[in-house]
Design a protein around this ligand. Structure first.
Ligand SMILES: [Fe+2]
Length: 315
C-alpha cells in the first residue's frame, strides 16, 4: 500500500474544563472563533481552514490528539486500511467532512480528515520585507507594528510526548509520506550510533520545499503534547503578539528566541490549562536534498539567541 500523502496539519484538540477561559486566551493569542457549541470551541486562523484548534469541554485538562488533512478520498481510504483504524466516518461536528481515526503505537489519537469546509480567508497585512545589510528588500515603505493579538495564520506543527519514541517515529514513516528532517540524540554511543530520542518529520513532497517539520516526536517522561505551534506573519508579528500577551497577564514560557533545529523564531506561552503553545515565523524550508542532522547537544544549544526555554521544557 502506498503511503498517505498528507496536505497539511489540520488542528490539535484538547479537553478543558472551561471553554470561556480557553477562548479568552486564544483570542489574545491571535485566533478567531470559528464556532462554539455547548460543549466545544473551534478556533480558526486567518487562513482558509475552518478550525486549527479545538477544545472539548470535559472534566480533565489534557491533549486529545492531532489531525492532518488529505486532498482526496483515495488518501483517506489509505488511512482506513492502517491496522486499528476506525472509519471513514462522516464528521458530525462543525465543518463536516470525513475522518479516519488512528491510534499510534504509544496510543496517541491521530485523525486524517478530508472534505472539511473551508472558510473565507481573513485580511491580514503583508509580511514586512526587511532591509538586510546584504540585500535591501523594503523601499519607500515603513514598518508600522503596534502590540496586538497577532493574527495566527495556520497551525504549522505539533509535538508528541511519548514513552517510546522509535516505534512511534517508525509508524509515522511507514504510513505517511513523511521524511526525517533532523534527529535529536541522547548523549551516549559512538558518533553516528547515538540513541535517537526525538525526530522532526516533514511532509515529503519530493523536490517541493516544505517546512522543516509538521510533527516532532519526543521521548519523554510525560505523555501528551509538548506544544502546538501556529505560524504568524513575520518577526514583527511575533514580538507584537508577545507584548500583547504580556500586557494581558498570560504566562510566558520562553521567547522570543531562535531555535537551532529548524531555525524557527519562537515565542512559547502556556494556555490557562498549562498547555504549551507557540507562535513561530521564519522556519527552514527544505526538500529531498536536505541532509538530516543528528543533533547531540545540550539544552542550551537548542537556542541560538533569545530567551532560552526553562529546564522542564526538555523533560
Ligand atoms: Fe515548535
Amino acid at each position: 500500500m502506498s503511503k498517505i500523502n498528507i496536505h497539511d496539519v489540520a488542528y490539535v484538540a484538547y479537553e478543558a474544563t472551561d471553554l470561556d477561559l480557553m477562548e479568552r486566551f486564544l483570542l489574545d493569542f491571535g485566533m478567531t472563533r470559528s464556532i462554539r457549541t455547548e460543549d466545544a470551541l473551534y478556533m480558526r486562523g486567518a487562513g482558509g481552514n475552518h478550525h486549527c484548534h479545538v477544545t472539548r469541554l470535559g472534566t480533565e485538562n489534557k491533549f486529545l490528539g492531532g489531525a492532518f488533512t488529505v486532498e482526496t478520498r483515495e488518501e483517506l481510504e489509505k488511512a482506513a486500511k492502517i491496522p486499528g483504524a476506525v472509519g471513514p466516518e462522516e464528521i458530525t461536528e462543525p465543518g463536516g467532512g470525513w475522518r479516519v481515526t488512528l491510534t499510534t503505537p504509544n496510543k496517541h489519537k491521530i485523525w486524517v480528515e478530508w472534505g472539511v469546509a473551508k472558510v473565507p480567508e481573513m485580511p491580514v497585512r503583508r509580511s514586512y520585507r526587511m532591509n538586510f545589510a546584504s540585500e535591501h528588500l523594503r523601499h519607500n515603505s515603513a514598518v508600522r507594528q503596534r502590540p496586538e493579538a497577532t493574527p495566527v495564520l495556520r497551525i504549522g506543527h505539533f509535538v508528541l510526548w511519548v514513552p517510546d519514541a522509535v516505534p512511534e517515529i517508525d509508524w509515522f514513516m511507514e504510513h505517511f509520506a513523511m521524511a526525517p528532517a533532523d534527529y535529536i540524540c541522547a548523549h551516549d554511543g559512538e558518533p553516528g550510533e547515538e540513541t535517537v530520542v526525538g525526530t522532526f518529520l516533514r511532509i515529503d513532497k519530493g523536490k517541493e520545499y516544505v517546512e522543516h517539520h509538521c510533527i516532532l516526536i519526543n521521548q519523554s517522561i510525560h505523555f501528551g503534547c509538548h506544544h502546538s505551534s501556529f505560524e504568524v506573519l513575520d518577526l514583527d508579528a511575533v514580538t507584537a503578539g508577545h507584548d500583547h500577551l504580556v500586557s494581558k497577564g498570560w504566562n510566558l514560557d520562553a521567547g522570543v528566541g531562535r531555535h537551532y533545529l529548524g531555525s524557527l523564531i519562537y515565542d512559547y506561552w502556556l494556555d490557562p490549562f498549562g498547555n504549551r503553545i507557540e507562535h513561530y515565523t521564519d522556519t527552514d524550508m527544505i526538500n529531498d536534498e536536505y541532509e538530516p542532522v543528528r543533533f547531540v547537544g545540550t539544552a542550551d544549544e537548542t537556542t541560538q539567541w533569545g530567551m532560552a526555554p526553562p529546564p522542564n521544557f526538555f523533560e
